[in-house]
Design a protein around this ligand. Structure first.
Ligand code: NAG
Ligand code: NAG
Ligand code: NAG
Length: 327
């Protein structure tokens, strides 16, 4: 079953490329721990608070009725007990990253009225060149990724991949911040568009076994071409680092802390879900961003394997500083 090195990032390209052939250089220095916000000055903290104050965070509109299972495949969900039934604008922080021709290629999440977080591999080509901001548009408040007016699409002003991003096979520091050319307008804020909250600190992490939610417009079947039109998602269970390492890299391996994994037996992210949010409903009825879809196996949902996400709590310091410095 396990084929070392056969890992796939989940960016969507019309012709699905196996990316495993790219040069791998995983043995260089380990990733530093970016999670503290200690580096922020009082004035930077004030700037951050101001940025966040102009857009309400997402508050859970879920009722148990909306949470029922659905009988059609969503995300890649071989086990329908894991499927999420999503009503329009239920998760108003998710965005669709699209080419200027309207082709969806990745997901992302709203952090403020002008900042989107996604995966670095969504905005870097194979030679690590950053995609020009002019070639990306951001679909906000969508449910059907196609049926929307041009008012739902936003131009990007800057693209900031993490400076320590490394590509295949492990996609270390797979995170990027996009700054919108114009803030999301007031008439959408708090309605179809809301931001998702970041975890309070680097030590706030869902324990292994916790149920988290993943959503996106990625493929819902590994053998079918094309992407679903409607937002899809699943309930997923967090794995510990040693279990994930064993599943994805072989016996005795441990997944680096900067990744967070979920079991992909019942459901999985797939191509087109890259950069999209993995999140947890917290007790206050809110959601916290937990992860960004990074990579998995070619089959997407596969028994005894994992979906691998960038652990957002590990990058809080970098995220906050990047938001403040690119307004
Ligand atoms: C890996 O990184 C080292 C040090 O930067 C470099 O010398 C080497 O050529 C790289 N190998 C590959 C396969 O990119
Ligand atoms: C990073 O920091 C968090 C919170 O302080 C800690 O739980 C985690 O173990 C650290 N990871 C590494 C690799 O040092
Ligand atoms: C990790 O998870 C596996 C599978 O659930 C379990 O057998 C193992 O004891 C866990 N390891 C740690 C260190 O918690």
């Amino acid at each position: 079953m396990f084929i070392p090195g056969r890992l796939y990032s989940w960016i969507f390209v019309s012709i699905t490329l196996p990316l495993a052939g790219l040069s791998a250089n995983a043995s260089r220095r380990g990733s530093a721990n970016d999670s503290t916000a200690d580096g922020l000055t009082q004035s930077e903290l004030a700037q951050l608070q101001k940025l966040l104050a102009d857009m309400p965070p997402s508050v859970s509109p879920e009722s148990s009725a909306q949470d029922r299972n659905v009988p059609n495949p969503i995300y890649v969900v071989p086990d329908q007990s894991a499927a999420l039934r999503i009503t329009p604008h239920q998760y108003p922080f998710v965005v669709s990253l699209q080419r200027v021709n309207g082709e969806h290629f990745c997901g992302g999440a709203i952090l403020s009225s002008r900042h989107i977080v996604t995966a670095a591999h969504c905005v870097l080509d194979d030679d690590r060149r950053t995609t020009p901001a002019s070639q990306i548009k951001v679909g906000v408040g969508l449910h059907n990724r196609k049926a929307a007016t041009h008012n739902d699409y936003f131009h990007v002003k800057s693209v900031r991949p993490h400076p320590r991003y490394r590509g295949q096979p492990e996609l270390i520091s797979d995170i990027a911040i996009l700054t919108l050319a114009q803030p999301i307008p007031l008439n959408l804020r708090g309605k179809t568009a809301r931001r998702i909250e970041l975890p309070a600190s680097g030590s706030v992490n869902p324990r292994p076994g916790t149920t988290v939610l993943g959503i996106g417009w990625g493929k819902n079947s590994d053998d079918r071409d094309g992407l679903p039109q409607l937002l899809e998602g699943a309930r997923l269970q967090v794995l510990n680092q040693s279990e994930c390492g064993r599943r994805m890299k072989g016996p005795g391996s441990t997944m680096p802390w900067e990744k967070i994994c979920v079991d992909s037996t019942k459901a999985s992210a797939c191509r087109g879900d890259s950069g999209g949010p993995l999140f947890k409903k917290v007790s206050s009825g809110r959601f916290h961003l937990v992860g960004l879809s990074s990579y998995g196996t070619q089959m997407c949902a596969a028994p005894g394997m994992a979906s691998v996400f960038t652990r957002v709590s590990h990058y809080l310091g970098w995220i906050r500083k990047t938001m403040i410095s690119s307004k």
